[in-house]
Structure formats: C-alpha cells, structure tokens
Design a binder for this molecule. Structure first.
Ligand code: PLP
Length: 347
C-alpha cells in the first residue's frame, strides 16, 4: 500500500486563466507602471505554489511576501531577487539569512536598516510611513545616515484608505512624492489593488495588487473587470430525507416544514466556511442553488438538495463565493473570505 492518503473531500478549484487575466488587467490599468503581485499568506489562501508560476508566465516580475518563511517556499519557483519581504529583518538571524539567500528585505525602521548593514547590506526596499501608522519608516527618520547608506530598489509607501474617497489619499500621495525627491532609489511604488483605481499619480513605477489578482473588487472602478479565481468545492458525504418537524444540526436552529432531501457536505468552519454562513450560504450543484440549512459545523455543512434530485453521495458541490457578493452576505471582508480558506482544501 502506498502511504499516501486518498484524495481530499474538499478542494479549491483555481481558475488560472482568470488569475492571469486579472494580473494583465491590473498591469494595463497601472499605465506606465508595471504591476507586481502580493503573494503573502499563501497568495491570499489561493495557493502560492499554483499562483506564482501563473503570475510569472503572465509577465509579473515583482513578488511581495510578509514573512521570510513565505519567501523560502518560493525559492524553487522564482529568483530570490524578485521577492520582497515586507516585514523586513526583525533579528540579526533574519538579516543574515536574507542576505545569504539573496532576498530583498523591505526596511521599515532605522533599527532594520542597521540590522541589514550589519549583515552586509546590499539591495533592499524601503517602506516609508506616509499616514497609515503601521509598519514603515517615519518620514522624520528619512534623513538619517543609516537610510542614506541603503541601496534602495523600491521606495514604497502604503495607502490607508485607497478603497474610499478620503482626503488621506492625497495627503499620503504628497508625502510619498516628497520622499521620492529626498532619497535615492530606483523604483517608486504606492498603490495596492484599490490604489490602482485612484489614477496615474498613484502609480509610480510599480503597483502592488493583491486582492484583485484573486478576484476581489475593493473599488467600484474595478467592478466588471475582475474575475473570480477561487472556487471552494466539497464532496457530498451523505444524503438523507427529512420529515416535517425534523431539525438540522447543532442547536436545531433549522426545522423542516415539509419533506426535504438534504445533503451533508465535507466543508465546515475549520475550513474557513465560518458559522456566519449558517442559514445564509448557498452551494451550487447540478445547475441549482442549494441553500445551507442550520448551523455550519466544524467539518460539515447540511444543504437542501430538494432541487437537485439526481445529486448523489460522492458528487461535488461548489460554494457560491464571488467575493464582493459573498462579503455582503457574510459580513466578512473580501480579504478574510480568501485568507480563511483552510489547509484541508486540495489546491
Ligand atoms: C498586502 C499588501 C499589498 C496588497 O494589497 P491589496 O489591498 O490586497 O491589493 C500591497 N502592499 C503592501 C505593503 C501590502 O502589505
């Protein structure tokens, strides 16, 4: 017997064409700038192993991860020089490892600049904080000699409200322009997915879309042009018949008022299909919309398959999961909907 386990009862279908098309669309909308790709958090849950080669083939050359460990998993797919590590070196060990692997840290503070110098330095990126007050070098530290000594490829900043019409956008833009004038660098970058929709001024030399690559629509201007990429699917494990008065699942919150045919599927909140979908979610199977009944459990969900009389145990159904629509129904953000998708999905 092979020690390999049988195939999973849930899988994430990835539309690679849609992923490539989304990148090309975002690259086009970035005008004279090139689009990179945020592939942190396992490419937002879609799967970095699958996504990175697709993005690279589409033409993407700049990839952003948060952690060093995420970069490590990409080293067999793309050259280290094309990977920026957003969190930067937190310790001397981080800096030494990054240097040894020829990866590019994003420097976020004077302390990180010193760690990088002490590890031998070399090409890096610099994140300046222009108003989000998250990770990034305060503008008041920009003139420090430790920064002047850096060999900076991408001078970047990050927008706090790109998905809104906020005065903070123009404020951050002006501060980023100031930083571009005051520090030596090769390329400048400001916009995430939503930032691309804010127009040419925000594009610089390189944009950094994440969410919209994977089907998210964070700005109305992108609506209609971004395609769904990730489709969660689960196997039907059991079909059962309910009589009027029978309840379904924990706490018996759904009670049948007619005879019903229901299916138990191998998808639960441990897979990222959270309890907020209880009584609200929809599965698609045999061309029908199949509503979620009662509470979502850890490893399974019950759906009404009365409309799909031919659906059998062992068949597959697909969660309705177009991100803008799913966010409205579930109350989760489009980012959460993607990054929640768990380890048990075959990707
Ligand atoms: C995650 C991230 C992005 C991508 O943002 P989206 O809103 O997903 O497009 C870009 N830049 C930085 C610094 C990030 O952390």
């Amino acid at each position: 017997m092979s020690p390999e386990a049988p195939p999973a009862a849930l899988r994430l279908r990835i539309d690679s064409e849609a992923l490539a098309d989304n990148w090309r669309a975002l690259d086009r909308w970035s005008g004279a700038a090139r689009a990179g790709a945020a592939v942190k958090a396992n490419a937002y849950g879609v799967g970095a192993e699958v996504s990175v080669p697709v993005l690279r083939k589409a033409g993407c050359r700049d990839f952003f991860v948060a952690h060093w460990g995420e970069a490590a998993k990409l080293l067999h797919l793309i050259p280290p020089q094309s990977i920026s590590v957003l969190h930067g070196p937190l310790t001397a060990t981080d800096a030494a490892w990054g240097k040894a692997m020829a990866l590019r840290p994003v420097i976020n503070s004077l302390g990180q600049a010193r760690l990088w110098h002490e590890a031998g330095g070399g090409l890096c990126d610099l994140m300046v904080d222009t108003g989000i007050n998250r990770l990034g070098l305060p503008l008041s530290d920009l003139a420090d000699p430790a920064i002047a000594r850096l060999d900076i490829d991408i001078l970047m900043s990050h927008l706090a409200c790109a998905d809104e019409d906020s005065p903070l956008n123009a404020t951050q833009l002006a501060r980023w322009q100031d930083a571009r004038r005051s520090i030596r660098h090769r390329r400048a970058s400001l916009a995430n997915s939503a930032g691309i929709a804010l127009g040419t001024d925000y594009h610089g030399d390189l944009t950094r879309p994440g969410l919209s690559l994977y089907g998210g629509v964070p700005h109305p201007q992108l609506a209609g042009h971004i395609r769904q990429v990730a489709y969660p699917q689960a196997a039907v494990m059991q079909i059962r018949q309910l009589n009027p008065g029978d309840s379904v699942g924990y706490n018996a919150i759904f009670v049948a008022n007619r005879p019903m045919r229901v299916a138990v599927i191998a998808l639960g909140y441990a897979d990222g299909y959270l309890r907020c979908w209880s009584g609200l979610g929809t599965m698609l199977g045999q061309g029908q919309r199949l509503p979620v009944l009662g509470r979502v459990s850890m490893d399974m969900t019950v759906i009404d398959v009365s409309a799909a009389p031919d659906l059998r145990e062992g068949d597959w159904v697909e969660a309705a999961y177009d991100l803008p629509g799913a966010a409205k129904i579930s109350g989760l953000s489009q980012y959460e909907l993607l990054t929640l998708l768990g380890q048990r999905f075959a990707r």
